[in-house]
Design a protein around this ligand. Structure first.
Ligand SMILES: Cc1cc2nc3c(=O)[nH]c(=O)nc-3n(C[C@H](O)[C@H](O)[C@H](O)COP(=O)(O)OP(=O)(O)OC[C@H]3O[C@@H](n4cnc5c(N)ncnc54)[C@H](O)[C@@H]3O)c2cc1C
Length: 309
């Protein structure tokens, strides 16, 4: 219930305005976000690369309100690819289609995505299309399939909480598409998603076992030691070497586990979000773990005390 309430709140513009301008909230959010500018994200990426971890840079933003917002986001993604190349970072990019105007005009979104994928391909790099709520799943997969027909420099994400994911994985593998597998971070009804965590986890393992033997380089995105253990075991039993897939984790989460995987010789990519529009991303991270909410509320209280003093 708490998760549902927090995910519901993540869509509130009023709460977003309050939290974004509230110092203590910002401090807590910066545990999960590399900063508000590209320079900060680049510094974080460089430090992670030095620690043996690859990076995916995400310029925060979703559901842009107008064409200018979509074009601005696309321009920033172009600049990110140029900067990655100039700084010789081991990093790719993750983006959301609603950030490129999917809600406004599909042709606009398609055109901007094509430009970004072309820029990525020009640098020998890669674009990962994040998966948003289920209202966007079919269109995101369709966009990815169309783009994949033109360039291998694009892939997408599948969420194990959705019933449709097993079939989507098989379809996308057939066209050679690279997939990031995650559990799913949005509020979804039982008509489309497994309501029970045990079923989401079981489906994660089932889909992971479809992805890994495909011969395509996929990303196994989770902080769950059980999912990680199942992946290592399946790969070892099936002679899938450690350079044929990568684990992925979020910036600021389970850094101990990140270090351990790198020490063990696994490939690990960290998703590094940055930008000013961090509210919905932050709320999804709070919804994933009650301890994060307690930490947030404690800081809120401390912040109010110092404000009053
Ligand atoms: C690289 C990456 C990219 C992602 N991209 C997408 C996407 O495109 N679309 C999408 O819907 N979702 C995405 N997600 C989020 C994902 O769907 C889950 O919501 C999130 O990863 C939590 O699930 P879990 O697999 O870690 O397992 P869980 O069972 O939720 O958590 C397992 C353990 O991980 C730790 N943990 C998990 N979350 C947190 C947290 N927020 N704070 C602190 N500890 C935590 C805790 O120790 C917890 O016990 C992504 C996740 C990763 C790692």
């Amino acid at each position: 219930m708490l998760r549902t309430a927090l995910l519901h709140m993540s869509e509130s513009p009023g709460l977003a305005r309050f939290v974004l301008h509230h110092g203590p909230s910002r401090r807590v959010a910066m545990r999960f976000v590399a900063g508000e500018g590209l320079d900060q994200a680049v510094s974080a990426a460089r430090a992670l690369n030095h620690a043996g971890r690859m990076v995916s840079l995400d310029y925060l933003g979703e559901n842009v309100a107008d064409e200018a917002g979509a074009r601005r986001a696309a321009g920033i993604y172009m600049a990110i690819f140029d900067r990655i190349a100039a700084e010789k970072l081991d990093a790719n990019v993750s983006l959301k289609l609603t950030q490129l105007g999917l809600d406004l005009d599909e042709a606009l979104c398609q055109g901007l995505l094509e430009e970004i994928v072309a820029r990525a391909a020009g640098h020998g790099n890669f674009v990962r299309i994040d998966m948003e709520g289920s209202a966007y799943t079919r269109r995101t997969i369709d966009f990815c399939k169309r783009m994949r027909a033109k360039s291998p420099a694009v892939g997408t994400v599948l969420q194990s909480y959705l019933y449709r994911t097993e079939q989507d994985a098989k379809d996308l593998i057939r066209i050679g598409c690279r997939i990031r597998l995650c559990k799913g971070a949005y509020k979804e009804p039982p008509s489309v998603a497994f309501p029970k965590k045990a079923d989401v986890d079981a489906n994660y393992i089932k889909v992971m076992q479809i992805l890994l033997p495909s011969g395509i380089y996929h990303g196994i995105a989770t902080h769950d030691p059980r999912m990680i253990g199942a992946t290592k075991e399946f790969a070892a039993k099936n002679n899938i070497s450690r350079d044929q897939f990568e684990f992925q984790m979020l910036y600021g989460i389970r850094t101990d586990l990140q270090e351990q995987l790198v020490r063990e010789g696994y490939r690990l990519r960290v998703y590094v979000p940055f930008g000013q529009d961090w509210f919905p991303y932050f709320m999804r991270r709070l919804a994933e773990r009650p301890a994060n909410l307690t930490f947030f509320l404690r800081n809120l209280f401390r912040g109010n005390q110092s404000h009053a003093a």
